[in-house]
Design a binder for this molecule. Structure first.
Ligand code: SF4
Length: 231
């Protein structure tokens, strides 16, 4: 689809459906607008179980892309397995960086120390773009209360090669907590240790209560985004 057409389609969908609740936005995206051409991208992080649960309620065979950077906490990897089983998700894909790229660009595995943007590009952005090759749209868990570039997010938005579906934009922290309680969803093991947002272990730290929810990500650096949503 040409860029202009994608822009128009995303705008039309956002105008028509932005008032719907998260489950209805997902139903429209998965069962109607992008049938068989949409994937969920999940970090299996601190808030991920809510969106995974909603997607499973619509179609457990929806492809779920997990970027297996090789730098995740062991707790995230076990949580990813446990949650997928618990929710009955049948098509969770562990997407790894290209081996040749790793050997050439990060042979010692510590690129994150020298150039975090380059590390994210190789371990996240490039593998994701490759994994999304067969899809027209992808679902994200971004929420407006996370701040930064998320404050004005629409429910549907055009990206360079896809349409992104953001069903949780209006959810608050308390909505997420209520949803976990209502559906008895297991918490990521690291949330009890003070991690409100969880990514790769070298770039994730606990945050003090009252801090911005993403304060522990790339702490001390100007970097705030991994790049899969642009920088
Ligand atoms: S979050 Fe850190 S370790 Fe993970 S890909 Fe980005 S720079 Fe590398």
């Amino acid at each position: 689809m040409a860029n202009d057409d994608r822009e128009l389609r995303a705008r039309r969908l956002a105008m028509k459906h932005s008032g719907e609740d998260a489950l209805e936005i997902l139903r429209i995206a998965i069962k109607d607008e992008f049938l068989g051409r949409i994937a969920l991208v999940s970090s299996f992080g601190a808030e991920s179980a809510a969106l995974l649960h909603l997607v499973a309620a619509i179609d457990k065979s929806t492809p779920v892309i997990f970027l297996e950077t090789g730098k995740h906490f062991a707790q995230t990897l076990s949580y990813r397995k446990k949650l997928a089983e618990r929710l009955g998700l049948s098509d969770v894909r562990d997407i790894r960086p290209d081996e040749t790229s790793l050997n050439a660009r990060d042979p010692s595995g510590d690129l994150w120390k020298r150039d975090a943007d380059a590390c994210c590009t190789m371990r996240k952005v490039e593998p994701l773009m490759s994994a999304l090759g067969g899809f027209d749209a992808w679902i994200t868990g971004r929420k407006q209360f996370h701040g930064g570039g998320r404050i004005n997010l629409p429910a549907f938005e055009a990206a360079p090669a896809h349409i992104k579906v953001n069903p949780l934009i209006r959810w608050t922290k308390s909505d997420i907590e209520s949803f976990y309680a209502e559906h008895d969803l297991p918490a990521h093991p690291l949330t009890a240790q003070g991690y409100p947002s969880i990514g790769c272990w070298p770039c994730t730290h606990p945050a003090a209560s009252g801090d911005d929810i993403r304060a522990g990500r790339w702490r001390g650096a100007a970097k705030t985004e991994c790049g899969i949503h642009g920088r």
